[in-house]
Design a protein around this ligand. Structure first.
Ligand SMILES: [Zn+2]
Length: 671
């Protein structure tokens, strides 16, 4: 390819990629697949690599090519970026109109209303249609040159579409850079997983990205931009702001589709109300509506004060954040036994309601935000979202404040609280805990647990509310007369329920273990425990290490099981269940011979046919137990290949060593 051909092809490729970028990032209606797009970009990169002198600053490859900088260069704005006066009520908007008519009597005024995005104001400079420079608002007069970072935002055009704007020698456009809400959430999730600090809101995240010293970091932060103001365009005249917006759109800028024209202040008030009602559906944070006089000639005549233009005002949405003081941190017990911390607040009005408490979710959340009693906290309530603590106002923390310590006892019943490893919630393990009794009873009677027909929700409600049932064992003492006393209960159905309760006694150990609602013990684990230990008595006597040896159970579940049985009220309920005749063994388990009863085994080396798990299962099923170290109390060592030290220990202590064949022979009477 000749140099001239290469230049020609490069120009074509740049043009096509700019076009597809525009369709994808501005119009959101791509015409090519990602693969086709990537092919164009690859060809461009390859050709540019061959002809580095033909790389132009507006090439799509240059979006992330900026080098890190130590400091941003100051940029003086063509026209000062003033802030806007505020309105918070419809009356404020009417007062705004009254001021306009006083300044320009007899003038009919039309308006444009646009969502006020909670992002970072920027000014973009284009020379004859090419992106030259982008700057922050700064103090309104002098901002900082963040061109390299703005280039990474794909909806910011590097080259304008042919037309009047592209022909202007020097054009300045203003807009707002922001982070879409879903991208913000994705970014925070990623940061959290990486163990890095998260951002409090999309605005902070966008601000951090825009002022990044390294553009490659900015490029990884998903920013977007809306452009809304043609601030410098010598030689171009438009009759209205609306026309200027249309010209921006035609030149390839992303403008806000929610911008509307309003013919009167009443129409403005209605537009503001509509946007406020929709604010959660916008996909980005907006904190109000910018209302501008539409006619540009009228804007010029109205002019500005030293602080604000007289022809625009910002209508602010109702505040969604407030600060208040944490008076106490209480812990509630959910119906599944989960302990949930709640901050009791000095009541504060927020977005139309008075907030006096917010959930702190769990122990990790309290730690992460380090919320303490006495702290001043920033809380937020957005739309349907329940109020939450954004952050602690560190500067207002009392000198004597102490870190919150999560209770290890249930606040409702005083039972042992347990936080299973890998879970975020502490749970009350007391099966008789009043806060969770109804939920536990429903689970106890469910089909895959004790399968008690007729023990429906309404019955459980009444039995618990009347104080007749305080734990599982109370169920078995119910009489038909008592049940018939309940509302909407015929004598016949009372008898049915009592009959169903009585016949549930023979469900067996696996079902019973599932029914007890031990944290982390569902149907499958309950079956494994029942198969392994055979009786409630043996399971209760087992150490955590012994439970953990069961195939597929492990230490986390084992800790949960032993914590459960350590709770005195649980042991008491189980003893009462046994006393009324609930079967505490696994059917079929006790029937066979138990040749290993009371024997302790140590497994070492690899056996020819049995896996370690299979050998362990066999030993436990036949009544023995497996230990990890050889001692004088060991009855047998079962040794396979490469047995090593344990076999040596066994021989030294005189413990019999079995190979697999001898071990199976010993087990044979059972099979
Ligand atoms: Zn409790």
């Amino acid at each position: 390819m000749t140099r001239a051909d290469a230049a020609q092809r490069l120009a074509e490729l740049r043009e096509r990629i700019h076009h597809h970028d525009y369709l994808y990032y501005v119009e959101a209606r791509p015409e090519v697949s990602d693969a086709e797009y990537d092919a164009l970009l690859r060809e461009l990169k390859a050709l540019e690599a061959e002809h580095p002198d033909l790389v132009t600053p507006d090439s799509p490859t240059q979006r992330v090519a900026g080098a890190p900088v130590d400091a941003f260069q100051p940029v003086e704005h063509r026209v000062a970026m003033l802030s806007l006066d505020n309105a918070t009520t419809p009356d404020d908007l009417r007062e705004f109109e009254a001021r306009l008519s006083r300044a320009q009597p007899g003038q009919r005024v039309g308006y444009v209303c646009e969502p006020k995005i909670d992002g970072l104001g920027v000014a973009l400079l284009y020379a004859r249609g090419r992106f030259v420079r982008g700057a922050t608002r700064g103090d309104g007069r002098v901002g900082e040159d963040i061109s390299a970072n703005l280039r990474t935002i794909r909806s910011v055009p590097m080259r304008l579409k042919p037309g009047p704007l592209a022909a202007v020698d020097e054009l300045e456009v203003r807009g707002e850079v922001y982070m879409p809400r879903d991208e913000f959430e994705r970014l925070n999730r990623g940061l959290e997983e990486a163990g890095e600090p998260t951002f409090a809101n999309p605005r902070n995240a966008a601000a951090g990205a825009v002022r990044q010293k390294d553009p490659t970091v900015t490029a990884r932060r998903p920013l977007d931009a809306f452009l809304y103001h043609l601030s410098w365009s010598p030689g171009l005249t438009f009759a209205s702001h609306w026309e200027a917006l249309e010209a921006l759109r035609a030149a390839g800028f992303r403008t806000n589709p929610r911008a509307v024209r309003a013919e009167s202040i009443d129409a403005v008030i209605a537009a503001c109300a509509r946007l406020e009602a929709d604010r959660d559906a916008l996909g980005y944070d907006a904190d109000g509506v910018v209302v501008k006089v539409d006619a540009l000639e009228l804007q010029r005549r109205l002019g500005s004060t030293t602080h604000h233009p007289r022809w625009a005002i910002a209508f602010k949405f109702a505040a969604r954040q407030a600060t208040t003081v944490v008076k106490a941190i209480e812990v509630n017990v959910g119906k599944t036994g989960a302990l949930t911390p709640v901050a009791k607040l000095e009541p504060v009005p927020l977005a139309g309601v008075v907030i006096s408490n917010v959930s702190l979710h769990n122990e990790d959340e309290i730690r992460r935000k380090d919320v303490r009693v006495g702290d001043t906290v920033l809380i937020e309530r957005a739309g349907d979202v329940i109020p939450y603590v954004v952050q602690v106002v560190a500067a207002k923390r009392p000198a004597d404040s102490v870190e919150f310590k999560f209770p290890d006892r249930c606040p409702a019943c005083g039972g042992v609280a347990f936080r299973p490893e890998g879970e975020v919630y502490w749970r009350c393990t007391n099966t008789a805990c009043p806060a969770q009794l109804k939920e536990r009873l429903r689970h106890f009677g469910s089909r895959r647990a004790m399968d008690i027909e007729h023990l429906g929700e309404a019955v459980v409600e009444q039995l618990v509310d009347r104080g007749r049932v305080r734990n599982f064992a109370d169920l078995y003492e119910l009489t038909a007369e008592e049940v018939a006393d309940l509302e909407r209960f015929a004598e016949k159905s009372a008898e049915n329920l009592v009959g169903a309760v009585q016949s549930s006694k023979t469900r067996g150990l696996a079902r019973l273990l599932n029914a007890l609602g031990i944290p982390m013990v569902g149907e499958r684990v309950a079956q494994q425990l029942a198969a392994r230990f055979g009786s409630m008595e043996r399971l209760q006597a087992a150490t955590a290490a012994e439970v953990a040896e069961v195939h597929g159970i492990g230490e986390r579940i084992a800790a949960s099981v032993t914590t459960f049985f350590a709770e005195a009220s649980n042991r008491e309920v189980i003893a009462r269940l046994a006393a009324v005749g609930v079967v505490m063994t696994e059917v079929g388990f006790t029937a066979g011979p138990r040749p290993f009863e009371g024997k302790t085994f140590v497994l070492t080396g690899s056996l020819p046919t049995l896996t370690r798990d299979a050998a362990t299962d066999l030993i436990v099923r036949l009544g023995g137990r497996v230990s990890s170290a050889v001692s004088k109390k060991t009855d047998y060592v079962v040794a396979g290949d490469e047995a090593g030290k344990k076999e040596v220990d066994a021989r030294r202590l005189g413990v019999p060593v079995l190979d697999e064949a001898a071990f199976l022979a010993l087990a044979r009477p059972a099979s």
